[in-house]
Write a protein that binds this ligand. Structure first.
Ligand code: GUN
Length: 315
């Protein structure tokens, strides 16, 4: 048996089609949602991520403001910039790309983005609203995972869901979203005992640990849905061999480039699972799609009755 592949690119395209209609309606009402993306310094991975986010805005016709202050800036200076963006009427969403340089107090910065513009869903006010089941801007990756499950008709209500990883950005909000969708949720982490045994009880596994191919086939109940949030660049040849021994094209790509992208889930899980998200092309595309969705939602919420009604029921 081979698992059904849950294609994140196709689901992203569906969401973009819906968003384009919503953005067109907002634009005719004189509202152009805008996203400000702040990248401090020159971290190459952050550059790549933020450029993709700006490109998505351009594709969808959202206004975007790409702000790139120097790595040497202070917490106070960045707080000043965030406050300026908080007060700008043409900015509906503010994203401060993480990680920030060491001298900057990241928590202070995340707390400073006003909840109404917090399209990352990282401000504690939005986290609290999520806990309480009230309308909120929700962190993009876990929200994207819910879109994949719902749009792929994976039953959530009554399902045993195991979330592996307890980060503020993915694991914790993911568990809450699954709970609100009436799953029975278990959160596992590095100190959990018998992780494979707990995972084997799951109908849905969400792996968000950041350890390449840690979720091996013995973690998976036959037929379970396995969602892979991990994105790890593997540079070690023995590690590449451990992960991709049965995937010669991947090994060939590793030999050519000297590195290869892996998820938290071992690819041989495909032989046991009922459905799974590949890396790349699974959860990744949804993170940016949900950022776009949150920006439109933030514009709608902030501009209240001036905005035409929403057509969709995204998280
Ligand atoms: N760095 C890695 N992922 C993210 C994200 O989703 N948002 C922000 N702001 N920074 C990140």
């Amino acid at each position: 048996m081979s698992a059904r592949i849950l294609n994140g690119n196709a689901i992203r395209d569906q969401i973009y089609t819906e968003l384009q209609a919503e953005i067109a309606a907002l634009t005719s009402a004189g509202i152009r949602p805008g996203l400000a993306a702040v990248r401090v310094g020159d971290d190459p991975a952050s550059k790549l991520y933020v450029n993709s986010k700006i490109a998505a805005c351009e594709k969808l016709g959202l206004a975007s403001f790409h702000i790139t202050p120097p790595a040497s800036m202070t917490t106070e200076e960045l707080l000043g910039l965030v406050n300026e963006l908080n007060n700008r009427d043409d900015v509906d969403g503010i994203l401060v790309q993480m990680p920030l340089p060491k001298q900057i107090d990241s928590k202070k910065i995340l707390d400073a983005v006003i909840p109404e513009k917090d399209v990352d869903g990282f401000n504690p006010v939005n986290v609290g609203r999520l806990v309480a089941g009230r309308p909120a801007l929700v962190a993009c990756t876990p929200a994207g995972v819910m879109e994949i499950l719902r749009r792929s008709n994976i039953p959530i209500e009554g399902a045993n869901a195991v979330v592996i990883g307890r980060s503020d950005i993915v694991g914790k909000p993911q568990a809450l979203l699954l709970l609100h969708a009436n799953a029975t949720v278990t959160i596992c982490h590095s100190k959990s005992k018998d992780l494979p045994g707990i995972a084997r009880r799951a109908d849905i596994i969400v792996a968000a640990i950041g350890k390449a191919a840690m979720v091996t086939p013995d973690f998976v109940k036959p037929g379970a849905t396995v969602i892979d949030v991990g994105q790890i660049v593997v540079k070690d040849a023995a590690e590449a061999q451990r992960i991709f021994a049965k995937f010669p094209a991947k090994l060939e790509s590793f030999r050519t480039k000297g590195s290869i992208l892996a998820g938290d889930v071992h690819p041989e899980v495909v032989e046991v699972a009922g459905a799974y998200t590949p890396v790349p092309g699974g959860v990744g595309p949804l993170t940016i799609a949900m950022l776009m969705s949150n920006t439109v939602k933030a514009a709608r919420m902030r501009r209240g009755s001036r905005a035409p009604a929403a057509a969709s029921s995204r998280t």
